[in-house]
Write a protein that binds this ligand. Structure first.
Ligand SMILES: Nc1nc2c(c(=O)[nH]1)N(C=O)[C@@H](CNc1ccc(C(=O)N[C@@H](CCC(=O)O)C(=O)O)cc1)CN2
Ligand SMILES: Nc1ncnc2c1ncn2[C@@H]1O[C@H](COP(=O)(O)OP(=O)(O)OP(=O)(O)O)[C@@H](O)[C@H]1O
Length: 177
């Protein structure tokens, strides 16, 4: 399968996970129990859309705990910036219909913790996303020292994605049991 076929296949399967809220609740618990999670203060978290792992509760939890939350804002093709939010009400539908900050003020903090989205992952923690190259570029720019974690549904894990030179792996996969 080429990347395009993998994306299509993974999306189809992800769209039909049964009892997804329950699955996501368990994955969220595991995420929040990581020591790196507990020790982090500045979080870069995507705002989920469609059948992605639901991050809305995570974002609310973080804000309630007084942690700093930054989310992506798409500036142009392949280029995103991080913007701090204080509440879910700071968001409105933006590019691709994804919720984005209404008032996109670029932040230049370094993140302790990054939650990285993806459609398919391999055992070396490489990933395939929607194909915009947003995260590979972003990680190069400000994510190198962050602890990068991705949530993986069981069918999304493969042996080897044959990464290219611009692909950046994450540090930890949380895999559905
Ligand atoms: N929640 C969330 N936010 C995110 C990402 C993500 O994966 N998840 N991104 C992670 O990079 C960036 C957005 N990247 C995206 C790239 C493509 C499509 C998409 O749906 N593309 C359409 C059509 C593409 C086209 O017109 O060329 C498609 O694939 O059908 C969505 C998001 C930044 N924000
Ligand atoms: N660091 C980079 N600098 C320049 N171009 C890049 C970089 N990373 C990726 N690209 C370009 O972006 C395109 C898409 O990359 P890729 O297929 O790896 O995206 P993806 O990882 O699936 O998407 P995303 O990171 O948005 O979730 C590639 O064809 C590549 O040319």
């Amino acid at each position: 399968m080429n990347k395009k076929e993998i994306r299509k296949q993974m999306l189809k399967q992800r769209d039909s996970i049964s009892d997804k809220q329950k699955v996501d609740d368990e994955l969220l618990k595991e995420l929040e129990n990581l020591k790196e999670f507990k020790n982090s203060k500045n979080f870069f978290v995507y705002v989920s859309f469609g059948s992605e792992f639901n991050t809305h509760k995570l974002i609310k939890d973080l804000l309630e705990q007084g942690k700093k939350v930054y989310v992506p804002y798409i500036k142009s093709k392949g280029h995103m910036i991080a913007v701090e939010i204080k509440s879910m009400d700071d968001l409105a539908p933006g590019a691709y219909g994804i919720l984005e900050p209404k008032n996109p003020v670029e932040s230049d903090v370094k993140f302790d913790f990054m939650l990285v989205p993806g459609l398919c992952f391999d055992k070396n923690k490489y990933r395939i996303g929607y194909g915009g190259g947003f995260y590979d570029r972003f990680i190069d720019k400000i994510g190198e020292d962050s602890y990068k974690v991705s949530i993986v549904y069981d069918f999304q894990l493969v042996d080897d994605l044959n990464p290219e030179e611009f692909d950046r792996p994450v540090d930890k996969l949380i895999i559905q049991k």
